[in-house]
Design a protein. Structure first.
Length: 88
């Protein structure tokens, strides 16, 4: 009977340990994966996005005249600059 009781306690301890680890790891890891945007501040397309966003804001225009770039990174930099200049 002692063997079954020890076995049951071990199984319960392992189950609780796995349960706690599963809950705490995502909660701890979440802040590290947020807001990891690259620094585009010296990128030419980012700066163009900033200028376009400031112009559109000053002249009460919308973002309908979007620029399209061949490289995905350039498009992201432009959009980041545009949104940053608009305060978004």
């Amino acid at each position: 009977m002692k063997l079954n009781l020890k076995h049951g306690v071990w199984v319960l301890a392992v189950a609780v340990g796995i349960g706690l680890t599963g809950i705490t790891v995502p909660a701890i890891g979440a802040p590290f994966f947020q807001d990891q945007q690259p620094d585009y501040s010296k990128n030419k397309t980012y700066q163009q996005g900033m200028k376009d966003g400031q112009y559109d804001h000053a002249h009460n225009k919308d973002h309908s005249k979007k620029r399209h770039f061949k490289k995905d990174d350039d498009q992201k930099a432009y959009e980041s600059g545009y949104q940053k200049s608009r305060g978004n």
